[in-house]
Design a protein around this ligand. Structure first.
Ligand SMILES: Cc1cc(Cn2cc(-c3c(Cl)cnc4nc(-c5cn(C)nc5C)[nH]c34)cn2)no1
Length: 273
C-alpha cells in the first residue's frame, strides 16, 4: 500500500531508520523506510525539549500545518507527522540527490540552461505558494533539494507564513537573501520571495550571491543600495530577469506571474542533470 492510503497514526516501529542525511537546528534527518509501503522517506526527528526551550514550538506547528497540505511537483512532500514524549517526527519525501547547495558547491556555478530550469521550477513552486496565500521567506540553495530525476524540491517551511497582512518579523542568520524591506525591518509581503528568486538566479549563474561581502555591514549596505555587478558571461536576458526581481521598491519589483512569463524562462526542459 502507498504512504497516502494509511489509516492509523504512524509510530517509530513503522520505520527502519537508515543513514544520517542532515543536521538542522533542532534535530536530524535520516533516510528511513516505511515498512508497509516499502518506500524510502526522509525522517526528520526533532527534539521536543530543544523546541520548547527555544520557544519555537509554535513555528514548528505552523510549518507542519502549512507543509502537510501542500501538493506541488516542485515542493518536497510531507506525508505526515507523529510524536512521542521526547521527539516530533516529520515523514518527508526523500530527495535522493541531496541539496542544490551541495551541487553548486561541487560545480562552482551552473550554465544558463541548468539555471533557467532551476529558476523555472522554483518560480512555479513560489507561484503555487503565493496562490495559496503563503510566503516562503527562506529561499536559498540549502533549502532546495534534488530528486532522483534531477527535479528540484523546495523544502524547509520553518519560516513560511500565511500572507494575510503585511508582516514584521526579525530574522537571524545570513542576510544574503533578505530584501531591503526586511533588513530595514519594514513591513513585507510575498514580494520577498521574488527578491530571493533574483538572488538565487544570480548565485546559480555566478557561484556566489550578488551582495555577499565578508562584513555584515557591507552586505547590508549593498542590499539597501541594490549594489551589484554581473560578470561578463551572464547573458543580457538573465541580467534583465535578475534586475526585474532585484528592485528596491516593491511596487516596481516584478510579480511572480510576470517573471514566469519572462523570455529567459521560456521552453526550459525541467530537470537538472
Ligand atoms: C533537522 C533538519 C535537517 C535539515 C536539512 N536536511 C534536509 C534533508 C533531506 C530531506 Cl528533508 C529530504 N531528502 C533528503 N535527501 C538528502 C540527501 C541525499 N543525499 C545523497 N545527500 C543528502 C544530504 N537530504 C535530505 C537532510 N537534511 N532540515 O532540518
Amino acid at each position: 500500500s502507498s504512504l497516502y492510503k494509511r489509516k492509523k497514526e504512524w509510530q517509530t516501529s513503522d520505520f527502519d531508520v537508515g543513514k544520517h542525511l542532515g543536521q538542522g537546528k533542532f534535530g536530524n534527518v535520516y533516510l528511513a523506510r516505511e515498512k508497509h509501503a516499502r518506500q524510502p522517506v526522509a525522517l526528520k526527528i526533532l527534539i521536543k525539549k530543544e523546541l520548547l526551550d527555544a520557544k519555537v514550538a509554535k513555528f514548528l506547528k505552523r510549518e507542519v500545518e502549512i507543509h502537510a497540505h501542500l501538493r506541488h511537483p516542485s515542493i518536497l512532500r510531507m506525508y505526515g507527522y507523529f510524536q512521542d514524549d521526547q521527539h516530533v517526527y516529520l515523514v518527508l519525501e526523500c530527495a535522493s540527490q541531496g541539496s542544490l547547495y551541495g551541487k553548486l558547491e561541487k560545480r562552482g556555478r551552473f550554465d544558463e540552461m541548468t539555471t533557467r530550469q532551476c529558476i523555472y521550477q522554483m518560480a512555479n513552486a513560489l507561484s503555487y505558494l503565493h496562490t495559496h496565500g503563503i510566503i516562503h521567506r527562506d529561499i536559498k540553495p540549502e533549502n532546495i533539494l534534488v530528486d532522483g530525476k534531477g527535479k528540484l524540491k523546495l523544502a524547509d517551511f520553518g519560516w513560511a507564513v500565511h500572507d494575510r497582512r503585511p508582516r514584521r518579523t526579525t530574522f537571524c542568520g545570513t542576510l544574503d537573501y533578505l530584501p531591503p524591506e526586511m533588513i530595514e525591518n519594514k513591513t513585507h509581503n510575498a514580494k520577498v520571495d521574488v527578491w530571493a528568486l533574483g538572488v538565487l538566479a544570480y548565485e546559480l549563474l555566478v557561484g556566489k550571491p550578488p551582495f555577499e561581502h565578508s562584513e555584515y555591514g557591507d552586505t547590508y549596505h549593498h542590499i539597501v543600495k541594490v549594489k551589484f555587478t554581473f560578470p561578463d558571461h551572464v547573458s543580457s536576458l538573465a541580467r534583465d530577469f535578475i534586475s526585474l526581481a532585484l528592485q528596491y521598491d516593491i511596487r516596481k519589483r516584478s510579480h511572480l506571474s510576470d517573471l514566469v512569463r519572462h523570455p529567459w524562462l521560456q521552453n526550459t526542459f525541467k530537470s537538472v542533470s
